[in-house]
Ligand binder design. Structure first.
Ligand code: CUA
Length: 327
C-alpha cells in the first residue's frame, strides 16, 4: 500500500518531468530518496485521513446532537471497551509501521556501503570545500553517477549542515569531530547544495552545487580540474581559485559592499587597517589569507577563517595575478 501511495502521489497527472518530483518534494535523484518519500507520504496521507475523519465526525455530531426542544443533554454511555480498543490498537499499528520504516531509513542513511568513493567535505564561514582523493579541492561537489559516495564532514569554525534536497540527505557538520553522509546518485546533472544550519551573516550565501557526471566523465573532470594551475593562464587560474576557494561568498569583484572588502581595485591601494594604513601588495594578500585576523580592515569584523595548511602557494600566486586584473 505504501509503495502504491508513493507511486500514485509521485506522478500526479504526469505533469512533472523530473523523476519523483511532486508538489511537496523535489526530484528523486539518489537511491535513498524513494524510501524517504514513501515514508513522508505515508505520514502525510495518514494525517489527511484522520484530519478529515475527525473533523467530519465533529461536524456531524455537532449537527446531529445539537441542543433543541425535545433533545436535552443526558448521560447514557459511560464506557465502550470495543471502541477504546479500536482507537488504541489502530494507531498503535500505524505507529509501529512508521517506526519500522523510519528506523530502517535511519540505518540506511548512517550506513555507507563498503565500496564507497570517498570525498572530504569541509564547512567554514561561509563556503564549502570538497577535497578529492588526489588532494584536489573544489567548492563544488562532483561525483560519478551510480557509484556510492561517502562524505566525511568537518567544520572549520561553527556548526553547519550539509543539505542536498534532491538526494534527501542532510547532515550536521560539527567542529571538533567528523560526521558522515553518503549518497548514490541515480542520474547525471546538477543539484543545489545548501547549508541548513544558521551559521551567521553569510549563512544564506553558503550554497553551492552538486555535479553528477556520466560514467567515465568524472575521472576526466577530476584530472583536468586538478591541473588547472599548470594549464591555464595565471589570471584565469586565479579567477578559478577565487570561485573554488569560496572567496566569492564574501569578497565581491564589482565594488559592491559585502561581508568583507571588495576585491575591485584592491591591489596596490592604501588599505585602512585597525593598526594603521598599509599598501596592498603580495605580502599583504598572502598574510590576509593565512592569518586573516592579524590585521583587520576598518569597518569589518574579523570573521574570515584561516586558510593556513589548506591552500597551496601556487594557488595564492595565481590569486594575486587575478587580483591585479581587478582594476
Ligand atoms: Cu553554514 Cu549556515
Amino acid at each position: 500500500m505504501i509503495a502504491l501511495l508513493g507511486k500514485l502521489f509521485s506522478h500526479p497527472l504526469g505533469q512533472f518531468a523530473a523523476k519523483g518530483k511532486t508538489f511537496l518534494l523535489p526530484a528523486e535523484k539518489s537511491t535513498l530518496a524513494p524510501g524517504i518519500d514513501a515514508l513522508f507520504y505515508f505520514c502525510y496521507w495518514i494525517s489527511i485521513f484522520f484530519f478529515l475523519l475527525i473533523l467530519g465526525l465533529l461536524v456531524g455530531f455537532l449537527v446531529k446532537y445539537r441542543r433543541r426542544p425535545g433533545h436535552e443533554a443526558q448521560e447514557t454511555i459511560h464506557h465502550s471497551t470495543p471502541l477504546e480498543l479500536v482507537w488504541s490498537v489502530i494507531p498503535l499499528i500505524l505507529m509501529i509501521a512508521i517506526f519500522v520504516m523510519g528506523f530502517r531509513g535511519f540505518l540506511d542513511l548512517h550506513t555507507p556501503p563498503d565500496n564507497c568513493y570517498e570525498i572530504q567535505a569541509n564547512g567554514q564561514k561561509w563556503s564549502w570545500t570538497f577535497t578529492y582523493p588526489n588532494g584536489y579541492s573544489d567548492s563544488e561537489l562532483h561525483a560519478p553517477v551510480d557509484v556510492p559516495v561517502k562524505l566525511t564532514l568537518s567544520s572549520q569554525d561553527v556548526i553547519h549542515s550539509l543539505y542536498v534536497p534532491d538526494f534527501r540527505i542532510k547532515r550536521d557538520v560539527v567542529p571538533g569531530r567528523y560526521t558522515i553522509a553518503w549518497f548514490q546518485a541515480t542520474e547525471s546533472g546538477e543539484s543545489p547544495l545548501y547549508c541548513a544550519e544558521y551559521c551567521g551573516t553569510g549563512h544564506s550565501e553558503m550554497n553551492t552545487k552538486v555535479v553528477i557526471h556520466e560514467p567515465g566523465e568524472f575521472e576526466k573532470w577530476l584530472e583536468k580540474a586538478s591541473d588547472f594551475i599548470k594549464t591555464m593562464p595565471p589570471e584565469e587560474a586565479g579567477k578559478l581559485v577565487y570561485q573554488k576557494r569560496g572567496c566569492a561568498q564574501c569578497h565581491s569583484i564589482d565594488g559592491s559592499p559585502g561581508i568583507a572588502p571588495t576585491f575591485k581595485g584592491l591591489f596596490g591601494k592604501q588599505e585602512h587597517l585597525q593598526s594603521g594604513t598599509r599598501t596592498v601588495d603580495e605580502n599583504y594578500v598572502r598574510e590576509s589569507i593565512l592569518q586573516p585576523t592579524a590585521e583587520v580592515v576598518v569597518g569589518f569584523d574579523p570573521v574570515m577563517p584561516t586558510f593556513q595548511g589548506r591552500i597551496k602557494d601556487p594557488e595564492i600566486e595565481v590569486l594575486i595575478s587575478y587580483l591585479k586584473t581587478l582594476k
